[in-house]
Design a binder for this molecule. Structure first.
Ligand SMILES: C[S@@+](CC[C@H](N)C(=O)[O-])C[C@H]1O[C@@H](n2cnc3c(N)ncnc32)[C@H](O)[C@@H]1O
Length: 241
């Protein structure tokens, strides 16, 4: 596991709305402030960067493949953000319903009028009733927000809730041989950023190798764990109880 730092997202510079910290991780209040700026800048999915939308659609198509393998109908998405992947899934499948959870209130408003998606603002599992049944669950790029201890607790809570099939999408993959390069880059950022010689970076989260992901999923109670998609920075892992 290595630390990740970031200075902007969706073309929004973090320093324009927050005092960036390279020690305190981006928390809910950071995301709340970010999304406020986001909705000032963008009015609909059509305004977003075309390459980013295409990338999200690639991920949505991979999730659809998994949904169709077992003809899953009832899906839980944890940490849906603006809901672009969830929207693509329900628009490109039949009879699939998604319950989508997101901690930052109101950020999934662009998909709010889609009858096949039920949005819940809050944290998993607290925001859900205890007795709901889902055929499958996925989490798309929220893994980076957890340190190893928090990540294990989160994954265990997914198993304890009764989810039998979990698809993890990680967009912060790195390779073991990149470790030294990442450490040097992070060191340079931490020296130059406070003295204004480098765009101020926010401690964004953690990146993990494919092996680290598999290991932590198994440690958290998943029995069968397999990588189903891999690109330079993205990893999709299927984990079964
Ligand atoms: C990089 S975004 C990904 C959003 C969306 N899944 C996507 O792929 O576009 C990370 C999201 O994770 C959410 N998040 C942060 N901590 C979380 C947690 N503990 N549980 C669920 N979601 C979380 C943030 O509010 C943010 O919307």
């Amino acid at each position: 596991m290595n630390k990740l730092y970031q200075s902007k997202w969706h073309g929004i510079n973090f320093k324009d709305f927050s005092a960036c910290s390279n020690k305190k991780i981006a928390d809910k209040s950071f995301y709340d402030k970010f999304y406020k700026q986001f909705f000032k800048k963008y009015r609909s999915f059509d305004d977003l960067d075309v390459d980013w939308v295409e990338y999200k659609e690639t991920i949505a198509k991979e999730i659809i493949k998994e949904i169709q393998l077992k003809k899953s109908k009832s899906i839980l998405s944890i940490g849906c953000g603006i809901g672009i992947v969830e929207k693509y899934i329900v628009e490109n499948t039949k009879d699939v319903n998604i319950t989508a959870i997101e901690p930052s209130e109101g950020v999934s408003k662009w998909i709010g009028n889609t009858s096949k998606i039920q949005i819940k603002d809050g944290y998993f599992p607290d925001v859900l009733d205890d007795n709901l049944n889902f055929d499958m669950s996925f989490s798309n790029s929220i893994d980076y927000t957890f340190n190893n201890k928090e990540y294990e607790i989160f994954l265990r809570s997914v198993v304890d809730y009764g989810i039998k099939e979990f698809i993890l999408i990680s967009v912060s993959k790195y390779k073991k041989e990149q470790t030294l390069k990442i450490l040097i880059k992070n060191l340079i950022k931490s020296i130059l950023s406070p003295i204004g010689l480098y765009n101020k970076h926010q401690f964004w989260g953690y990146c993990r190798t494919s092996n680290e992901q598999v290991k932590i999923l198994k440690k958290s109670g998943f029995n069968v764990v397999s990588v189903v998609y891999e690109s330079d920075n993205t990893l999709i892992i299927k984990a079964l109880v």
